[in-house]
Write a protein that binds this ligand. Sequence first.
Ligand SMILES: C[S@@+](CC[C@H](N)C(=O)[O-])C[C@H]1O[C@@H](n2cnc3c(N)ncnc32)[C@H](O)[C@@H]1O
Length: 301
Amino acid sequence: MTNTPPVCNYEGSDYQTTFWEQGGRAYEDKAEEFALRRMLPPAGNLLLELGAGAGRNTPRYTAYNRIILLDYSRTQLQQARAKLGDSPRYTYVAADIYRLPFRTALFDGATMIRTLHHMADAPQALAQVRRILAPGANFILEFANKHNLKAMLRHALRQQTWSPYTLDPVEFAALNFDFHPQAVRGWLQAQGFAVQKTLTVSHFRLGILKRSLPPSLLAALDSLFQPTGALFQLTPSVFVQATLPAPSAPLPPPPASALELFQCPSCGASPLQEQPGFLLCPSCLSQWAYQDGIYDFRQPA
Ligand SMILES: C[S@@+](CC[C@H](N)C(=O)[O-])C[C@H]1O[C@@H](n2cnc3c(N)ncnc32)[C@H](O)[C@@H]1O
C-alpha cells in the first residue's frame, strides 16, 4: 500500500446538521447552487462527486444519468443514502481521494466542493482526479481562497502571521487549508485541464449582512457578483470549471454495472470479482467490503 497524506476524518460527524441545517448557512448553500448551475453541462453520463458528504449538493446534478458519491466517511455516506435512497442512479463508495478505486478515464464529470481544503497534498489529489476523468470531461472544483479580503485586512493590521499573497497553502486548522487561486490554476494546468470559468462565491459572508438580509436576497446578489471571478478573486470561496481536451475518437459507452467501475486501489487490477459481501481483487487478493449499500475501499476487509 502506498503512503498517502492523512485524511480529515468525518466519521460520526454531525457536519450536515450543525454546519448547514442549524448553522445559519442558507445563504452560502443557495449561492453555491447558483454557481453550480452556471458550471454544470446540459447533459452528462457518469459523475463522480468527490467528498460528497451527506449529499447536500447531489440533487443539483440533474444533468447526469448516474452519480457516484465518494467520501472517506462511511457515516456521511449513510446520511446521503438515507436522503437519496437506493436506485441505479446512485452508487455509494467509501474511499480515499488519494487512492481512487476507479478505472482510468471513466467519468465524463466530477465535482469536488468544500473538499480540496482538507487535502494536505492538493496536487496529488488533483492528479488522482485527472486519472479517472475521460477526455473532454467537465470538472467543477471549489476551494477555500487564502487571497480573500478579510485575510488581506488582517494581514495589513498585523493580526495574522501568514501572507495571503504567497502561493503556498496555509493550514489554518489541522488538515484545513486555504489556497491561492493562482496556485490552484497552476496545479490544474499541470494536469492538462483548461480552466473555462472562475466564479467567486460568498461575497457577503458577514454576520451583520446575514442577520439583516434574507438568505435568498443575499444569494441573488451574490450570484450577480459571481462572474467577477473571471477578473479577480477576493472571496473566501472560489469555484473553477475546468475541462480536459476533447476526445479524438468516440468514447466507449458508460459501464452497465457497478462492478465495471472499479479497480483495486491497492494494486490497480480490474475487474474485481463479486463475492457475497465483498469484491475480490484477483491479483493481490484484497477483499473490499460491500455492506448496507456502500462499497468500502478504505482498508481491505
Ligand atoms: C466539508 S465536507 C463537504 C461535504 C460536501 N461536499 C458539501 O459541500 O456539503 C468535506 C468532506 O470531504 C470528505 N473527505 C475529506 N478528506 C477526504 C479524503 N481524503 N477522501 C475522501 N473524502 C474526504 C469528508 O469526509 C467530508 O465529508
